[in-house]
Ligand binder design. Structure first.
Ligand code: URA
Length: 435
């Protein structure tokens, strides 16, 4: 076996054996195969794709490249959610404690924001004291005690993915369905959950902008998870406008607390309820859809999910008073600016990526991993697609600790919107559920 032959075989569209894929992964991790050959290998996959069994094997080998989390001591169904990311997607903050309050164990390893999308870890770190860097032992201990933890990926989960991702990032091979599938699912397999629901986003703020690509990605991830005995389901949901009304770290925590108190924006609540209801069904906690929906809605209104959120924050070193009075605990921006509608009309479209970039410019995100985040920065989105607005009406509020940025960002925000004199329909929130 040699690297050239394996690249050639994939370039010709042939199916690789597990030995061949393993040869590349272990050779690359050992430093025996150079970047340029692995780059060519990834590009060959980008163009020729992978068959279902081949992709399942590739994913398994990536998961096997590092440590596995052992959740066998949990004594309750383990279930997680993965979202492909978007603007204002603070669902995990509500979903994880809500599912745990209903008897699931939710071992969530999340990511940081990069580019126009936010990350759950950054959002949680806006709560003073919250520690996302638990060791694997601490993670397990917390899960045994309260059934939920949201942490960063521990160092040794799927190291092959880290190496491959760094190459993909600079060789234009990120947006490949098999490569994304192997990347996400290898980490999920290593994290050891029995059941997983995917929230695959589509629209102007999503990774997979086109609906058909989102469905193909969801199907590939479902097939891969099932090949490894996991219970899987996926939702295809809208990201043609921001989710909820808040974009930015502390703002999204505050909004999550509102939803956990039974209020908050309807779309955030609806999507979270649907995802948790599916989690209960696929994990066997409550297979009946109407009962699962009822239980889920109940724990948002009776305060049990909020209580679980406060427990999680406290266990991880954060100030649990955030669950009662977020304004007292969370950082507040020194400056704000109202964005006003330029004319009467209806919001026709939102370029959600540009809105994410506007939040980034305010300080809510980072352009590279070294940049520091301003937790107080962000955008309150007061009008969304389909809403009727009048000239001069406040349609968004920008927050930052840097006064100088605000007026330029207001122009950027408006550049992301288009208006029409004709009535416009709001987009659907959930396009499809795949099981
Ligand atoms: N997120 C990941 O973890 N991997 C990808 O390839 C894309 C998004």
């Amino acid at each position: 076996m040699n690297t050239y032959e394996i690249i050639y075989k994939k370039r010709e569209g042939k199916v690789l054996t597990k030995e061949e894929i393993g040869y590349i992964i272990s050779g690359y991790l050992a430093g025996d195969i150079p970047d340029y050959q692995v780059s060519a290998f990834l590009m060959a996959i980008f163009f020729k794709g992978m068959e279902t069994d081949e992709l399942a094997e590739f994913t398994r080998l990536m998961a096997d490249s590092g440590e596995k989390v052992d959740l066998s001591s949990m004594g309750a169904p383990t279930v997680d959610k993965h979202s492909t990311g978007g603007v204002g997607d603070g669902v995990s903050l509500i979903l994880a404690p809500l599912a745990a309050s209903l008897g699931a164990v939710v071992p969530m390893m999340s990511g940081r924001g990069l580019g126009h999308t936010g990350g759950t870890l950054d959002k949680l770190e806006s709560i003073p004291g919250y520690n996302v860097n638990l060791s694997q032992e601490e993670f397990i201990r917390q899960l045994e005690k309260i059934g939920v933890a949201i942490i960063g990926q521990t160092e040794n989960i799927a190291p092959a993915d880290k190496e491959f991702y760094a190459l993909r990032d600079v060789t234009a091979t990120v947006d490949s369905i098999p490569l994304i599938t192997a990347s996400i699912m290898s980490k999920k397999l290593a994290e050891g959950v029995e059941s997983l629901v995917l929230d695959v986003k589509t629209g102007s703020g999503a990774f997979m902008r086109r609906y058909d690509d989102a469905v193909s990605l969801a199907k590939a991830m479902i097939d891969t998870g099932r090949a490894h005995g996991r219970n899987m389901a996926a939702i295809i949901s809208d990201m043609s406008q921001p989710l909820g009304r808040s974009v930015g770290n502390a703002l999204e925590i505050k909004q999550a607390v509102e939803v956990l108190k039974g209020a908050g924006p309807a779309d955030m609540r609806e999507l979270t309820l649907e995802l948790v209801s599916i989690m209960l069904q696929i994990s066997g906690i409550e297979p009946d859809p109407s009962k699962a929906e009822k239980m889920t809605a109940e724990n948002l209104s009776n305060g049990k999910a909020l209580q679980k959120f406060a427990e999680m924050v406290e266990e991880q070193g954060g100030d649990p008073r955030v669950a009662e009075n977020p304004d007292r605990v969370l950082p507040a921006a020194s400056y704000s600016l109202e964005v006003k509608a330029p004319s009467d009309g209806y919001i026709e479209k939102m370029d959600t990526r540009l809105i994410g970039v506007a939040a980034l410019s305010l300080g809510a995100g980072r352009r590279n991993m070294q940049e520091k985040i301003d937790f107080s920065a962000g955008i309150e989105v007061l009008a969304k697609t389909g809403d009727k607005v009048s000239e001069g009406e406040v349609i968004a509020v920008l927050y930052s600790s840097r006064e100088s940025d605000l007026s330029g960002v207001a122009d950027d925000y408006l550049a992301g919107l288009s208006f029409s004199e004709e009535e416009q329909k709001a987009p659907e929130l959930i396009y499809r559920v795949l099981r």
